[in-house]
Design a protein around this ligand. Structure first.
Ligand code: SF4
Length: 335
C-alpha cells in the first residue's frame, strides 16, 4: 500500500462580494466544493479542467496561500507524523511551511525583479533555517546547478534570463528547502513547447533523485499524460473523475472527461480526430445548475441528471472514481 503524504478532506472555498445599498444579496462564487483527495508519496497527481474550474484556487487553498472556508488538509511528514496543515497552530504551520512548496505559472511576474537570482533562491533558506553564509552559498549553488543554471550568473537579476531559465530559477527556489510536496500551478503553460519539454524532464529527474511528490495543475492534457501517475478532473469546483493516467485517458468514465480527451491532438496525422464540442458555456459559479452540474452541456443527460447530484464513487477496484449516474453504463471514448 502506497504511503499517504497529503490528505484533503471536504475542502470548500467561496468568494463573497460586497453588496451595495438596496441591492439584493449576491450569491457567493463557489470556487471549490467538497474536494476530497489523497496524494501518495513520490507520485504526480495532476488536476485538470477548463479555465475557471477551480484548480488553481484548490492549489492555493492546499498550500494555505489563501484561506479556505471549510475543510482539512493533513500533511504526513517523513517522521510519520500527521500534521494539520490548515487548522493547526501557527507554530506548526511555520515549522512545516517549507515542506510544501509551490511553483508558479508565470516565470516573469513570480520573480522579484529587484532581487538577484542568488537572493531569490536563498530567501526560503534564510526564512526557514539557521544557516551560516557558507552553508547558504553551497545549498544555493547545488540546487541551481541541479536545475541547469550557470552558478556564475547567480548575482544577476531575473531580467537577464530567458523564460525557461526563469522557470528553472522558480523551481530552484521551490526545491531549495527540500520539500516533500511541490504544487506546480500551470508551471509550464507560459513556456514554448521545446522549453516545456525541458522543464518537464527536469521535474521528472528531480522527482527521481529527491523523491518529491507533485500536485500538478494543468490544462494541457498532452503534458499531463506525460508527467502524471494519476489524474483528477475538475468541473465547476468539484472533482468529477479521478483515476490512474492510463485508465483515465483510455477508458474515461465521465462524459466531461471524454469531451476533454477528444481535443487532445493525435500523434499520427492520418488518424481522424472526432472532437466533441460541448454545448454552451461553463455555467456561472454563482448560479450552479441543479443535479449534475454538467447536465446542461452533457449529451447523455436524463431527467435524473437534472435532479440528483451524482456522488464521486468507485468504479471497479483500481482506484477509478467518477461522479456520473451512468459511469458503468456509458461506453465513453478515450484517446
Ligand atoms: Fe451526464 Fe448525467 Fe453523467 Fe452528469 S450524471 S455526466 S449529466 S450522464
Amino acid at each position: 500500500m502506497a504511503e499517504k503524504v497529503l490528505e484533503v478532506i471536504g475542502l470548500n472555498k467561496r468568494f463573497y462580494q460586497k453588496k451595495k445599498m438596496f441591492q439584493d444579496p449576491i450569491p457567493p462564487v463557489k470556487a471549490v466544493t467538497d474536494v476530497n483527495l489523497t496524494v501518495y508519496k513520490g507520485e504526480t497527481l495532476s488536476i485538470v479542467g477548463e479555465s475557471g474550474c477551480g484548480k488553481t484556487t484548490l492549489a492555493r487553498c492546499i498550500v494555505k496561500a489563501i484561506d479556505s472556508n471549510e475543510g482539512e488538509v493533513y500533511y504526513h511528514n517523513r517522521d510519520g507524523e500527521k500534521i494539520d496543515f490548515l487548522n493547526g497552530d501557527k507554530k506548526t504551520f511555520k515549522k512545516h511551511r517549507k515542506d510544501i512548496q509551490m511553483i508558479f505559472q508565470d516565470p516573469f511576474s513570480s520573480l522579484d525583479p529587484r532581487m538577484t537570482v542568488f537572493d531569490i533562491i536563498s530567501e526560503p533558506l534564510k526564512a526557514n533555517f539557521k544557516l551560516t553564509k557558507e552553508e547558504i552559498e553551497k545549498k544555493v549553488s547545488d540546487i541551481a546547478a541541479a536545475n541547469g543554471l550557470n552558478i556564475n550568473y547567480l548575482r544577476r537579476y531575473p531580467h537577464a534570463f530567458s523564460g525557461g531559465q526563469r522557470q528553472r530559477i522558480g523551481i530552484a527556489r521551490a526545491l531549495v528547502t527540500q520539500p516533500d510536496i511541490v504544487v506546480c500551478d500551470e508551471a509550464v503553460s507560459a513556456l514554448d513547447v521545446s522549453i516545456q519539454a525541458q522543464i518537464i524532464n527536469l521535474l521528472k529527474d528531480l522527482q527521481e533523485d529527491l523523491g518529491i511528490t507533485y500536485v500538478f495543475i494543468a490544462h494541457d492534457l498532452s503534458v499531463v499524460e506525460h508527467i502524471s501517475d494519476r489524474v483528477a478532473v475538475m468541473y465547476l469546483g468539484r472533482i468529477i473523475e479521478i483515476a490512474k493516467t492510463d485508465d483515465l485517458f483510455f477508458t474515461p468514465k465521465h462524459p466531461y472527461s471524454e469531451a476533454l480527451l477528444s481535443a487532445v491532438p493525435k500523434a499520427d496525422p492520418t488518424e481522424k480526430m472526432e472532437r466533441i464540442i460541448l454545448e454552451g458555456e461553463v455555467p456561472n459559479p454563482m448560479n450552479i445548475p441543479s443535479g449534475c452540474h454538467f447536465h446542461p452541456r452533457c449529451s447523455y443527460a436524463t431527467d435524473k441528471c437534472k435532479k440528483e447530484v451524482p456522488a464521486l464513487v468507485k468504479i471497479g477496484d483500481n482506484g477509478h472514481e467518477s461522479a456520473c449516474h451512468y459511469a458503468n453504463e456509458l461506453n465513453l471514448k478515450g484517446v
